[in-house]
Write a protein that binds this ligand. Sequence first.
Ligand SMILES: Cc1cc2nc3c(=O)[nH]c(=O)nc-3n(C[C@H](O)[C@H](O)[C@H](O)COP(=O)(O)OP(=O)(O)OC[C@H]3O[C@@H](n4cnc5c(N)ncnc54)[C@H](O)[C@@H]3O)c2cc1C
Length: 305
Amino acid sequence: MMRVGALVRGDDQSALEVLSLARALGGDAAETYLILAAPAAQHAAAGAARAVVLEGIADADPAQLLAAAQALIGAAPPDVLLIPDGPLFEAVGAQLAGSIDRPAARDVGSVAIEDGRLQIVKGAFGGKAEVTLDAGEGAVLGVRQGAHQADELPQAAPQVLEFAQPAPLLSGRRAVRDASGEDLGRAKVIVSGGRGLGSAEAYRSLREVANLLGGALGASRAAVDEGWASPSQQVGITGQKVAPEVYLAIGISGASQHLSGMSGSKVVIAVNRDDKAPIFAAADVGVVADWQALWPELRRALAGG
Ligand SMILES: Cc1cc2nc3c(=O)[nH]c(=O)nc-3n(C[C@H](O)[C@H](O)[C@H](O)COP(=O)(O)OP(=O)(O)OC[C@H]3O[C@@H](n4cnc5c(N)ncnc54)[C@H](O)[C@@H]3O)c2cc1C
């Protein structure tokens, strides 16, 4: 049986919708976690929940939100964790997914559990279309506002946990530039290559397409471990967190540690020859193909013939 949980901040409309969705999926066993700005007694609507009170929540640092979320969820996270899509999901969604080794997806419109597998419908192509995806045995999901109606929830004061707030991080995105000249933090387009490319030479061939798109060259950790890319090009939980307009993932499987670094991308295009690769759950456009078959055509098209 899949365990379902919801993580919300305060009790605004989107929080109540996500809490209601968690109860619709998980029944009374659904676990609800609240990050609150005020004493918990004012937030009795959410049922038997655990809560952390975080002062100054409106401008809370992402590191504080993440620490609060981790304190709430503890060592036994639910299989499906629902979070309202928006600032809270942006602050903690990908990191939580990485730390519990689950995929993450946002702009999720509906969620169902069928035969022990999670089925989601999410926005694609910048919200112009919807795709139905099998999200496997669990995921961290950013639920779109209005996706589920807010039901009447049982009244119960949440159990408030003590937790130590970390010091705020310095604000501002860190832009890392290395000898290769990549500036992944600012790039509007990132072309990232993984182990599926097969060789250092193949990885280098991505450079031309990245240049044609005015983008930077990123990498999975496997490509860095192979010595094809430099560590500062690594995207992921132990690499860079990036937020380009377009992220192209070529020959990358989509491990949660990689997804957590690229989840801020607006449009994700994935090329992988395995139609079950987890990267497709995070992709707006998925191409099931051997990348080598596509590459000459793409290069020609971008170069204008
Ligand atoms: C603590 C920890 C931290 C980590 N941090 C990070 C991190 O920050 N970033 C990161 O990326 N990883 C990180 N990892 C590693 C992560 O778990 C994966 O091992 C890694 O992301 C895999 O890289 P990959 O997708 O390139 O390789 P693989 O998982 O080997 O995937 C290669 C993919 O290429 C496809 N493929 C093969 N040939 C072709 C072809 N000809 N055409 C098209 N597709 C093809 C395959 O189907 C496969 O899906 C971390 C791991 C741990 C334990």
